[in-house]
Ligand binder design. Structure first.
Ligand code: SF4
Length: 320
């Protein structure tokens, strides 16, 4: 948790503080907040051995502040970590939203001198998310836009990362994202999935690029402050489909509950998740999707299932 502060001095250097990190009780000036933030992320990467010297890491970039902050931070730490980085952006095809975020990602990647690879749902699956949602709507919304979008984006990122031959795929999921995902899975009785999703994944299938989450222990508000202090800008446009998202509702509730004199709530939920993880240590067994050959927990992967379902709806309703 971060609080703005007035008239306080930096607990480290005595200059004017602009941020209070609530759970540590420290007031910080911009310079020391930046150093504190970056060293926390770098230690997470080093302590958990998220990367090895000489590795190539793809950063999943959405164009939002979290992923641009991760790109910014890693671009400044390539020498210290001895890694090379590249950005990957998946254009879902969401009119009025994706264009602006894509532009922000391009501008930022160029500023940090990082190559940005852009691919799209249209190119990989044959339809945009807008087209898919139109079809889903006509079929009674058996699946919500975010469910389809999440599965397809995860698949697309992995495929592009695989084609690039990178060693790791870094995502900007922060502590708030992890708490929300944990609660969603718990609500849906997917406790084993909820407890298993950690800060890094192993190479459990030859076609699954291991994922790392360097912001795993960092609250969203700290990432926002870091973005602000480093001039990382992202246009304020929201995805039009966010209204259908359970995560959106949970995020609002969690933020309200946390700010109402319950500052440790998110950390306590993460603690519960860590405790539960011990009971779900058995590695999930991956099969190979019989349609696309990619990793899957079942005979046919969820992405192929959604792709076939949406394609059949689009053909049936002549929406292509
Ligand atoms: Fe996709 Fe949902 Fe996020 Fe929109 S809000 S980009 S549909 S996951």
């Amino acid at each position: 948790m971060v609080e703005a502060t007035e008239g306080r001095l930096c607990s480290i250097c005595g200059r004017r503080a602009s941020v209070k990190v609530t759970y540590s009780g420290l007031y910080m000036c911009p310079l020391h907040f930046n150093t504190y933030f970056e060293s926390r992320v770098v230690s997470t990467i080093k302590v958990l051995r998220m990367v090895r010297p000489g590795e190539k890491v793809a950063v999943a970039v959405s164009g939002g502040k979290d992923s641009l902050s991760l790109l910014h931070l890693l671009a400044g730490k390539t020498k210290e970590l001895d890694i090379k980085i590249v950005g990957i952006l998946i254009d879902e095809g969401i009119r009025g939203y994706r264009e602006a975020k894509l532009e922000a990602a391009r501008v930022h990647a160029e500023k940090r001198n990082v190559e940005l690879i852009v691919d799209s749902f249209k190119g990989i699956f044959g339809f945009t998310l807008d087209e898919a949602v139109q079809a889903l709507l006509l079929d009674g919304f058996r699946y919500k836009p975010c469910t389809v979008c999440g599965v397809l984006r995860r698949y697309a990122l992995n495929q592009v990362a695989l084609d690039l031959g990178v060693d790791k795929l870094a995502t900007a999921h922060n502590l708030d994202d992890e708490v929300q995902a944990f609660l969603i899975n718990a609500i849906q009785s997917n406790l084993s999935v909820a407890a298993r999703e950690g800060p890094l994944s192993d190479k459990v299938h030859e076609k699954l690029v291991p994922r790392i989450k360097p912001f795993y222990f960092i609250p969203e508000k700290e990432v926002m402050v870091y973005a602000l202090l480093n001039g990382i800008e992202s246009p304020f446009v929201e995805c039009p489909y966010i209204v259908y998202s359970l995560r959106h509702v949970l995020r609002k509730w969690l933020n309200q509950t946390t700010s109402n004199k319950n500052p440790g709530l998110k950390h306590r939920i993460m603690f519960l998740k860590t405790k539960l993880t011990k009971h779900f240590t058995r590695q999930m067994e991956f099969k190979t999707c019989k349609i696309c050959g990619m990793p899957s927990s079942r005979d046919t992967c969820k992405a192929c299932e959604f792709k076939n379902y949406v394609t059949s709806l689009l053909k049936r309703d002549k929406l292509f």
